[in-house]
Design a protein around this ligand. Structure first.
Ligand code: AQP
Length: 341
């Protein structure tokens, strides 16, 4: 970690916009656990429920997904004592700082956000204002804790860069050195797990078909079936990573294997190069089941007691508030909002 006057602090979040996917696990949760276990930085993890409602959520499903994401964090190894784990809406300072940042961020910056363009498609006029403004709330999530490092998947890199722009403009406009410029932390293979039916699109919780993603709660038979039906081309696995060029589906399956096994994609090809999909897909499914089933079993156990999950989230929110409130108060003060009396 680079030298900074700010103590190293890691923040990241996951939206409860559906059940967790293998993309969330490999691109986010697994690495959050590694960051926690590595030590050396305070770790804060958030179920970002206010982000989920930027698109329509059925209230009962939102409640269930919030608890499922929390269970996913815990089951994968986030320790609610060593890390702070909570759901965003319990700490109102996120929304308050988000408003300040709406007044700092520029429309031109927001217009460049590729995720909005992807999600809105041709129907931008019908999207919520919240979906458009979401990156400035995400900046607030991070900067409210003076976080210095944000582990994310490749897809979120642009939002962390926007967070740096917002922090920089705030510091500049008010003549302060108050917010750190956080760094996105993107490392390892399979940082962008792709859709099983279309290797050019990201695997998402809210994708149309269940067959295009592996859910953390899928059982072994379902995982095997989804990999078996995953789209591939006709050629066998190549001998080198360079030969995966132009073969997005093949690359995706190799990278998923690499991330699950904790080896490089080249090491996967050293082992399986020349094999056909009929041999590779069952090996991949077996590895995925081996990795995911202890986590999904623990998730099921935790989700059977939602009261306990809520209790842990409430306790986490209390600890988050204690860090956030002084930073919010100081921000209000810098901006000139009168708080005394
Ligand atoms: N496919 C992916 N590959 C690698 N990382 C991923 N992440 C999500 N999908 C992949 C990472 O998971 C973290 C939480 O993301 P999120 O749920 O808050 O937002 P998202 O990226 O919009 O996730 P989804 O699954 O695509 O949700 P929907 O479908 O509702 O929009 C982030 O660190 C993200 O990089």
């Amino acid at each position: 970690m680079t030298e900074s006057r700010f103590a190293p602090r890691i923040f990241s979040g996951i939206k409860p916009s559906g059940g967790l996917t293998l993309g969330n696990y490999l691109g986010a949760i697994k690495r959050f656990v590694e960051a926690q276990d590595r030590g050396g930085a305070e770790t804060i993890f958030c179920v970002v429920d206010l982000h989920a409602i930027t698109v329509w959520q059925d209230p009962a499903e939102l409640r269930a997904a919030t608890r499922e994401v929390a269970a996913g964090f815990l089951a994968a190894g986030i320790d609610p004592e060593r890390s702070i784990l909570f759901n965003q809406s319990r700490v109102s300072a996120h929304a308050e700082l988000g408003w300040i940042f709406n007044c700092v961020a520029r429309l031109g910056w927001m217009n460049r956000m590729t995720q909005f363009k992807e999600k809105a498609g041709k129907n931008a006029e019908a999207q919520s204002l919240g979906l458009y403004a979401y990156p400035s709330l995400m900046a607030a999530d991070i900067l409210l804790y003076h976080a210095t490092h944000v582990p994310v998947g490749e897809d979120q890199k642009q939002h962390v860069e926007l967070t740096r722009d917002i922090a920089g403009k705030f510091n500049h406009d008010y003549g302060v050195d108050f917010f750190p410029l956080p760094e996105p932390v993107i490392e390892g293979p399979a940082m962008r797990v792709m859709n099983l039916r279309d290797g050019t699109r990201k695997m998402s919780k809210s994708g149309e078909s269940d067959m295009e993603r592996i859910n953390m709660t899928d059982d072994a038979a379902t995982i095997a079936k989804k990999f078996q039906k995953a789209r591939t081309d006709a050629a066998p696995l190549p001998a080198t990573v360079a030969e995966l060029e132009g073969r997005p589906e093949a690359r995706n399956l190799v990278e998923i294997y690499a991330a699950l096994a904790g080896i490089t994609p080249q090491a996967v090809l050293d082992r399986h190069g020349g094999a056909g999909w009929g041999a590779f897909k069952p090996a991949l499914a077996e590895l995925a089941v081996e990795t995911l089933s202890p986590v999904s079993r623990e998730m099921a156990r935790l989700m059977a007691d939602p009261t306990e999950i809520d209790r842990l989230l409430a306790r986490g929110a209390e600890r988050a508030r204690a860090l956030a409130q002084p930073i919010l108060e100081r921000t209000f003060d810098i901006v000139g909002l009168v708080r005394g009396g």
